[in-house]
Design a protein. Sequence first.
Length: 385
Amino acid sequence: MRMGLPPRNAREVLIKTLWIVVWLVFLSSPVQDLFSGGHSVGGTVAGWLGLVVFVAAYLSLVFRNMGGRAYSGRTVGVLILGLGVLAVVLCLALGKQWLGLFVYVSVACGAALPLRMAYRTIPLAAVAMLLVGLRVGEQDALDLVLLVLLIGFAMTGIGQLIRTTIELRKARATVAQLAANEERLRLARDLHDLLGHSLSLITLKSELAGRMLPEHPDKAARQVADIEQVSRQALVDVREAVTGYRRARLADELAGTQVALTAAAVAAELPVEPDLTGIPEESESALAWALREAVTNVVRHSGAQRCTVELRRRQTLDGPFLELSVEDNGSGGPGPGTGPGNGLAGLAERLEKAGGTLETGRLKHGFRLVARVPADSSRDIGSGA
């Protein structure tokens, strides 16, 4: 269950609903009281109406808070005050069987209010329950006070965990944005350093060639030749720089995988320090692209709760290979009777150019992608595996 985030599908809605609804066990006494027939028709109708309003307000408050879409502070205060008033009125009007409603008032305080305010309101809910319990003749009111306090303060821990999780996700998003901005600045600086001098020199020589052309065409021709040489060198420098930016690094992709899976609330099991000694650059780049494609599918399409990435060397009849395995427990991947997507097809072509192979397949519970590339630079790249 993803804490602090709205559900993505019906399964997550069901899980969160069950997690919340299971705690409605304390409503068994009020429901049994209404079915017992011990109240007038008007009292029973009013009791059912009050119970429905109470449960609806409680579920709305807690469910939205767990889903990361909490109400504003004023709305939370109004709802909790309404829950407290309903609990007092229903207990005084219908009897001690309704004291369990104060448990939900305490839970709502712990889950939805700021920590400092929750520490004040939970004891108030316990005191209110004690006074009402003594008023309606509940002999075990003190024991119920302890229950209200324990459950309420336990919910403050869960509420704090949800808020911390939301703040961590925002912090990760901010770090990712800052990293992207820094990369853009680095690219701008590199391009300026590469092209600034060359373009200035080209501009200067173009002006000289223009002035020399009428009277000294031979000198102008030399300037034009210099311009051609400078521009060709600038083109080479830009291509080398762009190639360096585009080359995927497996270590970088593993770090990005950890961030992406954590942000998507997917438990990640990743290799700590991959041994890439002797691995050709083309093989490493192909595996990095394979990891990026696989993790993108896990995050966007699988709905998985767990993803395992393994990297191992294997010795085959064709020589040593480096194998990357990405396995999840979701429902993504190509369905039966459908071909691979464009991403997987392009990835298979990229691996084939590096002398590797790609295998994909559905599991009983999940999907697996296995990419293999040569681990020895002496192999004939492009010949296949």
